[in-house]
Design a protein around this ligand. Structure first.
Ligand code: DAK
Length: 258
């Protein structure tokens, strides 16, 4: 499937989605969100796809929602269209891991898109920010909530109220990204992590993802209880038998997703 705003390729169990609006620094237009939703639907439906990587260009992961598209809109337009809600919901309910590989600007909706992914690997030139305040608006795809959970109230409040950008080193210190790599290595590093995930039991991967997500949605007691139940249930799968047998027999496991 080809798209106007994305380049999508699948290899070795990994779908790489590259945002492709270079003339607008990958600003997130409605068309791009529709294409992204469609590409993710296809990746979710394809059993051969085990992990997704979303990336942009060396200059911009995404410089935010498309300001030129939003400029003429009224409250009735935004509310009536439920602007961006479907795209965000698609990522929130995606069951396979999604890695954001961020180089350059990840601003506004771009920073929110990266935070919607399961983890972020960034290049040393990455810049994260929620500059919507400069436009007289506010983050609208979860930025006030996710950034605050990831980096804490003080840093989130400063960034959202002043529009200040965070560089890659600060983003790593603050816990926003899992690690920083040289720009030239970004795609390789993200693909290596994605291929490792793709080689594992897909059922176990989905359950592990669900357990970590629960840490953001539940109390500690409820989260630990859920983890224990899901851990027990993993013993119902053939992949648990295969994984442990392979360890004992000193060979590579052959996970079937059963
Ligand atoms: N939208 C549209 N076009 C953009 C853009 C954006 N966000 N960012 C950059 N561009 C375009 C520029 O207009 C320029 O186009 P031409 O003028 O050449 O036609 C081209 O990309 C190159 O940009 P610059 O010439 O500005 O490049 P520089 O290197 O000088 O500067 C920059 C790079 C990233 C610092 C600068 O472009 C910039 O400040 N961009 C805007 C960043 C920003 O404010 N982002 C936040 C956008 S607001 C909602 C949910 C979410 C949202 C809203 C509602 N609902 C659920 C209701 C989200 C809002 C946002 O994200």
């Amino acid at each position: 499937m080809s798209y106007e705003t994305l380049i999508v390729e699948t290899n070795e169990g990994v779908t790489l989605i590259r945002l492709n609006r270079p003339q607008a620094l990958n600003a997130l237009s409605s068309e791009l969100w529709t294409d992204l939703t469609d590409a993710l639907n296809a990746a979710e439906a394809d059993d051969a796809v085990r992990c997704v990587v979303i990336t942009g260009s060396a200059k911009a992961f995404a410089a935010g929602a498309d300001i030129k598209e939003m400029q003429p809109k009224s409250y009735a337009d935004m509310f009536g269209e439920n602007f961006f809600a479907a795209g965000a919901a698609r990522i929130e309910s995606f069951r396979k891991p999604i890695i954001a590989a961020v180089a350059g600007y990840a601003l506004g909706g771009g920073c929110e898109l990266a935070m919607l992914c399961d983890f972020i690997i960034c290049a040393d030139n990455a810049k994260f920010g929620q500059p919507e305040i400069n436009l007289g608006v506010a983050p609208g795809i979860g930025g006030t909530q996710r950034l605050t959970r990831f980096v804490g109230k003080s840093k989130a409040m400063e960034m959202i109220l002043t529009g200040r950008m965070m560089d890659a080193a600060e983003a790593e210190r603050a816990g926003l990204v899992s690690r920083v790599v040289p720009l030239d290595d970004l795609e390789n590093e993200a693909m290596t992590a994605a291929k490792k995930i793709a080689s594992l039991s897909p059922l176990s991967v989905m359950m592990n993802k669900e357990m970590v997500e629960a840490a953001y949605e539940t109390t500690l007691t409820q989260g630990v209880k859920l983890e224990r139940r899901l851990f027990h249930s993993l013993f119902a799968f053939d992949d648990q038998k295969e994984g442990m047998a392979a360890f004992v027999e000193k060979r590579k496991p052959d996970f079937k997703g059963r």
